[in-house]
Design a protein around this ligand. Structure first.
Ligand code: FAD
Length: 399
């Protein structure tokens, strides 16, 4: 077993780290404060190859492995969660799903420009009345000739007002919808330019403020049947498959956030004095920093294992879910303690830790809440849950 990163990994790490520190870190507090998503970052991320980091070169990507995807996410979230979210929805949830389930025509039409950053992709599962219980969604897709007509509303969608393409889950079987039988769900590629599509941003969100989160509505949106992803009735499997990929990015990102909390806390603890010594000398402050370090190291190993399994082409739903759950819960703890270590200064946006705290909470909710992941892990242990093979798997990394 080799725990060293390869030269390519180190290159992704270094280039993403340097770019984030140079181009985003100096103005992230302001972007966050002003609730501004900076679209100008997208071409720069594309220039670094990040928007197609682990998409094969033949589909316009950088052809790197899934560990590189995780490294990029860790480095991006070290700066701000909003940057990592771009990779989560665009690469993790959308592009890797097209890579695995898309037709060759869909790959040429959508995956190639997405990997090059010419189109930005997102993912629409959640609705106003259904999140964890995906079978409760209401969006319908009615077949009419060689088209589907979609009606419904998606809510809490990352990049809703930014993305060009959306992987959308909808009911194609009305009888199964009534019974909440997920084999009645299907997946579609929807373009923003399709007639009847409209979107908006959520303005009352209190975290990931430099990111874009919103809703979109589909009012009799006509979708050519070529835009059906997989077969009719495979939508639920595709939605869950997408989450298997997205969760790696969330886990790696949360790991980066823990490291950011640790570094900010250590820096402050070496400067701030109380009772005649640096606060880093107080054992209870050390305890919080030690917890951050152990959470960082453990979370990193968990996401690395998940990415390695993906490289090998092995099923990793269980391992990736564990990585996502453990690291996001740990990042919330780390961010809370980082605020604590900063005392009253942590309660002000003069320091970054308040932003870390607000940002950390989101990841404990999206891509499977803490509770859903707990249930999943317990069910694996108890034997109530096993992963059945899916028709399309993520292609292993062949170098
Ligand atoms: C910042 C942000 C970005 C997002 N981006 C996207 C996106 O790009 N695309 C997308 O499709 N969605 C996105 N989401 C939505 C997200 O995936 C959902 O919010 C999430 O799945 C939870 O659904 P919900 O909010 O409806 O909560 P609910 O499902 O209503 O859950 C409410 C509470 O009940 C608990 N609960 C529910 N069921 C159970 C159970 N069986 N046992 C125990 N507890 C339970 C939950 O854990 C939670 O604590 C985003 C959300 C946020 C906050």
């Amino acid at each position: 077993m080799n725990f060293d990163l390869g030269d390519e990994h180190k290159l992704v790490e270094q280039s993403t780290r340097e770019w984030g520190a140079r181009e985003v870190a100096p103005r992230i507090q302001q972007l966050d404060h002003e609730h501004t998503f900076d679209r100008g970052l997208l071409p720069k991320m594309a220039g670094l190859g990040l928007l197609g980091v682990c998409v094969p070169a033949k589909y316009g990507g950088a052809g790197m492995d899934y560990i590189s995807l995780g490294i990029a996410c860790e480095e991006l979230e070290y700066v701000d969660t909003s940057l990592r979210v771009i990779l989560s929805v665009h690469v993790g949830l959308n592009s890797l799903t097209l890579l695995s389930w898309g037709t060759e025509v869909q790959k040429q039409k959508y995956l190639v420009p997405q990997a090059q950053g010419k189109l930005i992709g997102s993912y629409g599962l959640t609705e106003p009345a259904a999140g964890s219980d995906a079978r409760g969604i209401q969006t319908t897709a009615e077949k009419r000739g060689n088209r589907y007509v979609l009606n419904g509303e998606k809510m809490w969608i990352s990049l809703a007002d930014v993305a060009d393409t959306f992987l959308v889950i909808a009911w194609t079987d009305q009888e199964k919808k009534k019974q909440k039988d997920p084999s009645g769900l299907s997946a579609f590629i929807i373009e923003r330019t399709f007639k009847g599509f409209s979107s908006g941003s959520l303005t009352h969100k209190w975290g990931i403020l430099a990111g874009n989160t919103g809703f979109f509505k589909m009012d009799n949106v006509e979708v050519p049947e070529e835009n059906l992803v997989g077969k009719p009735g495979e939508g639920f499997k595709i939605a869950m498959f997408a989450l298997d990929q997205g969760r790696l990015t969330v886990a790696a990102g949360a790991t980066g956030l823990i490291r950011a909390c640790r570094d900010a806390s250590a820096k402050y603890a070496l400067q701030r004095k109380a009772f005649g010594v640096e606060i880093g000398q107080h054992q209870l402050v050390k305890e919080m920093i030690a917890q951050m370090e152990s959470d960082y190291q453990a979370s990193r190993l968990l996401w690395l294992r998940s990415a390695w399994l993906k490289n090998e082409g092995r099923r990793n739903t269980r391992e990736t879910g564990l990585a996502k759950w453990v690291s996001t819960v740990a990042s919330e703890r780390a961010a809370s303690d980082a605020v604590q270590i900063h005392g009253a200064n942590g309660y002000s946006d003069e320091y970054p830790v308040g932003r870390f705290y607000r940002n950390a909470k989101g990841a404990v909710i999206y891509e499977g809440t803490r509770e859903i992941h707990k249930l999943m892990q317990a069910d694996y242990v108890l034997g109530y849950r096993t992963d059945r093979p899916v028709r399309c798997e993520l292609p292993p990394w062949r170098g």
